[in-house]
Structures are given as C-alpha cells and as structure tokens.
Write a protein that binds this ligand. Structure first.
Ligand SMILES: Nc1nc2c(ncn2[C@@H]2O[C@H](COP(=O)(O)OP(=O)(O)OP(=O)(O)O)[C@@H](O)[C@H]2O)c(=O)[nH]1
Ligand SMILES: [Mg+2]
Length: 362
C-alpha cells in the first residue's frame, strides 16, 4: 500500500545524500592510522629428532618470537566530515518535500519531517560515508513519531467489562459511506478470532437498507445481528441488544449507527442520546483514510458532541500513495486502533506503526 511513497522516499534520500556530498563543503579532512598486528608466518618444521622437553621449549620460544616481531602496519584513510548549513538544508530538502507532497502527505506533516531532519542533521559534523545512513535514520525517527498517536487498549476495556459481568459496548460512528457497517462486522469477526463472543446491533435506523446490509455482513462473519425493522429508534435497538447480550452471555456488543454528515444536528443529537442511555465502553470513529489531514474536521465534529476514543482507518488498500494515511494518523491526534485493507470480512488489522515504517523501507 505504500509502494509509491516507499520508492519516492528511497530516491529522495539518495538525491539528498548526493547533494550533501556534492554541494556541502568539507569542514575537516584528517588521516587516521590503524594499528594492525601481522602474524609471522609459521616456520617450517625441520626434520630433527628432539627430546620431548626440547620440543616444548622450542615451541614456547617460537610463540614469544612471533609476538615480539609483530609489527604495526599503517593504513591511512581520509575521513571527510561535512556540516550542512540552514541555507543549504533548505535547498537540499526541496526534492524530498516535492516527493512527499506529490504523495498526498499534508503540509503539516511535511513541516514536521523538515523540522525533525533539521534538528538531526543541521550544523553537525557528518562523516561522508555516513550521510545516507544518517539521513535515513533521521527520517525513520521522524516517521515513527508521526505514526505513533496516543494509545487506547480495547482488549483491556473489554476485559474490564467482563470482570464486571456485563458485555462491553463498542459504538461505531462516522460519516456517510466511511465504512462503518463493514468495519463493525470486521471488528466483531476479529474479536471472535480472539475467542470473545460478540453480537452486532443494527442501529442504522435512518436507512432501512443499512440494517439489512449489516444482517448480511453478520452472516458472512457468522455473528448474530439484532435488527428490529419496526423501529426507527436506534437507541432502543442498542439497548435491546445489550439486554439480549447479558441474558445470552455475549461478551461484546458492536453497534453500527447511521452515517452522519457535517452539520446534521438531528443525527448528532441522536448520537448523544445513544451514548447517554447506553453508556458505551468505547466509541470508535470510522474514517476513510483518503480523507488525509481533513480527518481533524471529522474528529472535531464528533468529539465536541460525544467523546471519541479512537479511530478505525478504512480503505487503506485504495490509498496507493500512502501519504493521506500518514496525514490522517498524524493530524487525527486520536489513537488509531485498526486499519481496514479491503472489502472482505478478514481485511482488518491491528494498527502497527513499526510495520508501516518497515513497509516504507526505513
Ligand atoms: N476497498 C475497501 N472498501 C471498503 C473498505 N471498507 C468499506 N469499504 C466499502 O465502502 C463502501 C461503504 O461501506 P459501508 O460499510 O457501507 O459504509 P458505511 O459507513 O456503513 O455507509 P453508510 O451506512 O451509508 O453511512 C462499501 O462498498 C464497502 O464495501 C475497505 O477497507 N477497503
Ligand atoms: Mg452503514
């Protein structure tokens, strides 16, 4: 999924290195001497008959001689050290900046990478042979920071509810078409693999087809769905599912909701009512990863009405460039719990920043 960005980063690092090599002046050139003991060739044994004691004595002396006669070989190597000035950095960073922007990395993220690289590379002596590795290392560190949002431990939350002998309630919210319903089924399936017993609540009562869609996803995931075609009250569907889960010993209720759009006050008020009455243990916002840095608008929109605990980033498989994904993680400033990589029930993965940094070739 990060193919484009990976290649672009690789060539941008190479260009960066080349420019430093060619354009940055040498601040120091010194010769180093390397001491290297050279072992004397073993003397060919002469065919003579000796007493055992004599042989041992000779052997001892031979070793002594080798040690004493070791000599120091001088190897001289030129070590070139360079220092990048602020002005030079601005010029050299341009290729990398273009590569990042071309791949949908938001300006805010590009600026963060720039500041991080400056801090690591500016006005510091860098050995010529280490330029590429130092640039790569600085970039890796920066991306690791970008990809490390705050944490939220969903399993711990589920376990806490379990200890209290009640099902954990996970509320799934998000904009229209972001992938909520499919993510509900994927998440329930993932939790089932973890040996929990989940049940789905079809609380998208705004669209009749929405609830039926979840019933179908439930069949694919082999997870029961509570669906009440007679009601428009999403709050009561979740309430009834929790009641059913308690009586039938389900561990987790994953509740789907109707898609919200900006400024849709009625639907936001309905969400507030759902959380007030059903008191979810975790509220997860589903965001299409192609939204990029605009994720912040969605997070704010929901967060000011109900507390968002974390994000599920969907359609990562469609984001060929990968930059929008990076931007969404960085600007969202919320824990990213899962990434969804396709339309199958199994196309869900726990968010793993180290894996992504590796996929980016760093
Ligand atoms: N490629 C890809 N498609 C996805 C992914 N997640 C969801 N989709 C597709 O996106 C479309 C919308 O998914 P839904 O789950 O219906 O989205 P929703 O948020 O419930 O939509 P509404 O209920 O209408 O608000 C469907 O065609 C899904 O198959 C994903 O990770 N990758
Ligand atoms: Mg839906």
């Amino acid at each position: 999924m990060f193919g484009f960005l990976k290649d672009k980063l690789k060539s941008a690092v190479e260009k960066f290195t080349k420019k430093v090599e060619e354009e940055v002046e040498v601040i120091e050139e010194k010769e180093i001497e390397e001491k290297q003991p050279v072992i004397k060739k073993a003397k060919k044994a002469e065919p003579k008959i000796l007493e055992i004691e004599e042989i041992l004595k000779e052997d001892k002396e031979e070793k002594k001689e080798v040690k004493e006669k070791s000599f120091i070989k001088k190897i001289t190597e030129k070590v070139t050290t360079k220092k990048i000035s602020e002005e030079q950095f601005e010029e050299i960073f341009q290729d990398l900046q273009i590569a990042l922007l071309e791949n949908n990395v938001a300006l805010e993220v590009v600026d963060k990478i720039k500041e991080d690289l400056k801090e690591e590379l500016l006005e510091k002596p860098i050995k010529r042979i280490q330029i590429e590795s130092q640039v790569k290392e600085a970039l890796r560190k920066s991306l690791e920071e970008i990809l490390t949002p705050p944490e939220f431990d969903l399993i711990k939350t589920i376990e806490k509810a379990k200890k209290e002998s009640r099902p954990a309630v996970i509320l799934i919210i998000g904009y229209n078409g972001s992938g909520k319903s499919l993510s509900c089924a994927k998440l329930a399936h993932y939790l089932k693999q973890k040996k929990y017993k989940p049940i789905l609540a079809a609380a998208d009562t705004f669209r009749a087809a929405g609830a039926i869609q979840l019933v179908e996803y439930g069949k694919l995931a082999e997870i029961p769905v509570i669906h009440d075609p007679k009601t428009k009250d999403s709050c009561s569907v979740i309430f009834d599912t929790i009641k059913h889960a308690k009586s039938k010993h389900y561990d987790i209720v994953v509740a789907d909701t109707s898609g919200r759009i900006q400024n849709n006050k009625d639907l936001m008020d309905e969400l507030k009512k759902i959380t007030r009455i059903n008191n979810p243990d975790a509220t997860l916002l589903v965001v299409d990863s192609l939204t990029g840095s605009d994720v912040v608008i969605q997070v704010d929109q929901f967060d000011k009405n109900i507390a968002v605990d974390g994000l599920i980033l969907t359609k990562v498989d469609v984001d060929e460039k990968g930059g929008a994904f990076l931007s969404a993680v960085y600007t969202g400033k919320k824990p990213v719990l899962f990434v969804c990589l396709g339309q199958r029930i199994t196309d869900i993965e726990e968010y793993n920043p180290e894996k992504i940094v590796k996929q980016l070739g760093l």
